[in-house]
Ligand binder design. Structure first.
Ligand code: AHM
Length: 319
């Protein structure tokens, strides 16, 4: 009976967000409108990825790989920017593909800020008649919502509006994202660590010690498995669902790590916390960072609560 109900009672992402909106009687539906434009961008990219064909995407087509992939990135970025601007609900947009922040023309302005395509974070603007870069340089704790979309054999959109984390899968025949992973909670401890170990020679002592412990635990616990795809969305998605830790630490060559605060570190940290995990920079809670420039980077350790506790302890004993 329950299975039947699941098949016929479809919780689409729009229905889900409208339900959540019911908790905020003051809301005017702006977020729902904004989200429907994000969803449109995700559907466009999902369809473009399918059309691009596997061979080109994974580089089997030889030296055109970088080119082709870039084209898709650029195209997707354009679709998102146009969809978001036309939603009339955004004010400032920041994306890896755009050197400068995009300030939306006054007549089309809404109350939100928006970052990046695969991974996104949304903030409320302070004053839409007086938009400055400071509106974008807010700490992650101010974020209203965050999510990411993962494109592959199926397309998954993971979203938090500050009330837990939910996962939706695109049903291509319906053209709708359906709730398939309600209320995602990350296990308190995981069996996987995820890092680019090729950078090990440049790591600082706490990171090196942490990874050593993953492989050779001294407390009788089993050693962890290494899984690293090298795509933050994919590595964080697995971490969120199965637990463990994802790290992109600082190293001697990159003292601030690699990942970008506004559109990589913040949204993923927000989702981790909302799922019961933690996100740490090596110095502080990641969401409490205050970025100084729109493309700032930060080291990041995020995932299962207890696994992040371990790295925090190592940094604390260092100082
Ligand atoms: P990019 O700034 O070139 O898009 O790189 C970001 C990506 C992340 O998705 C991923 O976590 C990381 O780079 C992997 O980096 P590395 O190849 O150094 O391990």
């Amino acid at each position: 009976h329950a299975a039947e109900a699941q098949r016929t009672d479809l919780m689409t992402i729009t229905r889900h967000v409208l339900n959540e909106q019911g908790r905020h009687p003051e809301s005017r539906g702006d977020f729902t409108i904004l989200l429907s434009h994000i969803v449109l961008g995700c559907k466009f990219v999902a369809s473009a990825v399918n059309k691009a064909g596997l061979a080109k995407l994974i580089g089997l087509a030889g030296d055109t790989n970088g080119e082709e992939q870039k084209k898709l990135d650029v195209l997707s970025n354009e679709v998102f920017v146009k969809a978001l601007v036309s939603s009339g609900r955004t004010c400032v947009l920041v994306s890896e593909e755009n050197e400068e922040a995009i300030i939306v023309d006054a007549p089309l302005r809404g109350n939100h800020e928006f970052d990046k395509i695969m991974i996104f974070g949304i903030y409320m603007i302070k004053d839409k008649d007086n938009v400055t870069l400071d509106d974008v340089l807010q700490p992650g704790t101010d974020m209203l919502a965050a999510g990411y979309c993962m494109y592959g054999s199926s397309c998954t959109l993971v979203l938090s509006t500050g009330n837990g984390v939910n996962g939706f899968t695109l049903d291509p025949s319906l053209g709708e994202f359906i709730l398939t992973h309600p209320n995602i909670k990350i296990p308190n401890r995981g069996k996987i660590y995820s890092v680019n170990e090729g950078n090990a020679k440049n790591w600082d002592a706490p990171t090196a010690k942490f990874v050593e412990k993953c492989k050779f635990p001294q407390d009788g616990s089993p050693s962890k498995s290494l899984r690293y795809i090298g795509s933050m969305v994919a590595d964080v998605h697995r971490t969120l669902l199965y637990g463990g830790i994802f790290l992109y630490p600082a190293d001697q060559k990159s003292p601030n790590g690699k990942l970008r605060v506004l559109y990589e570190v913040f949204p993923m940290s927000f989702l981790m916390e909302q799922a019961g995990g933690q996100a740490f920079t090596g110095k502080q809670r990641a969401l409490e960072l205050v970025p100084r420039k729109i493309h700032d980077r930060s080291p990041i350790f995020l995932g299962s609560y207890d696994d992040v506790e371990d790295i925090k302890a190592l940094y604390a004993s260092e100082s």
